[in-house]
Design a protein. Structure first.
Length: 117
């Protein structure tokens, strides 16, 4: 499986943005597709994940309510919908895949999101 993230750009605070992650190759029902970000001078942060088969999602408390992950099985894409963006959301955003929520073995290249105040 290969992953390709896209959809980043420059937006204003309060805007919404949807990132996409296109997956090529076979994806198993049990695969966990996750989104991460890394801001300037910060450690990588986990934003949430979705189970490919059932579509159940998990979000850490810090982003719950503003970020939503979904997937399109037919087109093998995973999305990260981000609402009410803040300048502190500025980061490179990555999608990843793995057998479980804590074990991501495949990573896409990042896509830059910059939120201006």
């Amino acid at each position: 499986v290969q992953l390709q993230a896209s959809g980043g750009g420059l937006v204003q605070a309060g805007d919404s943005l949807r990132l996409s992650c296109a997956a090529s190759g076979r994806i198993f029902s049990s695969t966990s597709m996750g989104w991460f970000r890394q801001g300037p001078g910060k450690e990588r942060e986990f934003l949430g994940n979705i189970r490919w088969g059932f579509g159940n999602t998990y979000y850490p408390e810090g982003v719950k309510g503003r970020f939503t992950i979904s997937r399109d099985k037919g087109n093998q894409k995973v999305y990260l919908q981000m609402d009410r963006l803040k300048p502190e959301d500025t980061a490179v955003y990555y999608c990843a895949a793995g057998p479980s929520i804590g074990d991501y073995t495949l990573w896409g290249q990042g896509t830059q999101v910059t939120v201006s105040s």
